[in-house]
Design a protein around this ligand. Structure first.
Ligand code: BEZ
Length: 295
């Protein structure tokens, strides 16, 4: 059995179809089916329920699928880590979602660079899912993001839960509540702009936790777009507190009073990672949290 067989089998199960898996793997369907048959013959067990639509693994196939995922992840990690160890110059690559630049990320990078003057630090802006792939392929060593996703090859460390704020236009009736703050209940009839970093599903779930359903939520790519539209009085926005450093004319920020109104900040690394620079980065972050009085 070769890694190729595992990759083929995992793709067929994930896609629930030979046709779709063959397209994804850039091979024709007949050789793909043959490879899966070879695998079944080698193990001596049927792995897929033939004739099922969509295609399903047998009980044994489901067991094998979970283990095949782990084997593939660990082989990718072994390659990524070997490549890193094999290079003379130590490069430390960080992936991050853009909106984190409005909060503590610049300070973290600045201090970390000072602590490691000989380390070549590279910064790459990318979404959370892209960070997962980049970690597995060894293109980054650490990723910072907010999405609540999991992957067997990735270890996620919750750094903190950051408070959410509401952004409104200065002429909006809620703008008078700058010092008191607002409850989610008061926002349900508004046009709410959100951005990919704190996505629509997370905001809908937040409202749902309080038995509420907002009328209109519009998801935009970037936080600047959401806040720009609020400054034009097109609606309101819900953003992480750290992004309230963005100043635009007529833009007002209000505290969101519901205790669950928070957004997580995760640090993602490879599960098998053993890198002293990651431990040191965590120390830097903890030091900053201490000086900023962040729990
Ligand atoms: C933070 O704001 O807590 C943070 C931002 C980026 C990376 C790590 C932590």
């Amino acid at each position: 059995m070769e890694l190729r067989h595992l990759r083929y089998f995992v793709t067929v199960v994930a896609e629930q179809s030979f046709t779709k898996a063959a397209e994804k793997l850039f091979i024709a369907q007949p050789p793909l089916s043959r490879q899966i048959q070879d695998l079944e013959e080698e193990i001596g067990v049927q792995l897929l329920e033939r004739g099922s639509r969509p295609l399903k693994p047998t009980q044994a196939g489901q067991f094998f699928y979970q283990h095949a995922l782990k084997l593939l992840a660990s082989s990718e990690q072994a390659v990524a880590m070997t490549k890193r160890i094999g290079t003379d110059e130590t490069i430390f690559r960080m992936g991050f979602v853009g909106s984190l630049l409005f909060g503590l990320l610049p300070r973290i990078i600045y201090l970390y660079r000072k602590q490691h003057p000989h380390l070549k630090i590279e910064l790459l802006e990318m979404g959370t899912l892209e960070q997962f792939n980049a970690l597995k392929e060894g293109r980054i060593d650490v990723g910072f993001g907010r999405l609540r996703k999991s992957d067997p090859a990735i270890k996620r460390i919750l750094l903190r839960n950051e408070k959410l704020l509401v952004a409104v236009h200065s002429s909006h009736p809620l703008a008078t509540k700058s010092s008191q703050g607002v409850h989610l209940q008061e926002l349900v009839n508004e046009n709410i702009y959100v951005y990919l970093g704190t996505p629509k599903t997370d905001i809908l779930n937040l409202f749902a936790e309080y038995g509420l359903e907002p009328k209109t939520i519009i998801e935009l790519r970037e936080i600047q777009l959401a806040l720009g539209l609020v400054a034009a009085d097109e609606g309101i926005s819900i953003i992480p507190k750290s992004a309230s450093t963005i100043v635009l004319r007529d833009l007002h920020y209000l505290p969101l009073l519901n205790p669950e109104a928070v957004t997580p900040i995760f640090m993602s690394i490879r599960t098998m990672e053993d890198n002293k620079y990651i431990d040191s980065l965590l120390d830097t972050i903890q030091g900053i949290y201490k000086t900023e009085n962040i729990k």
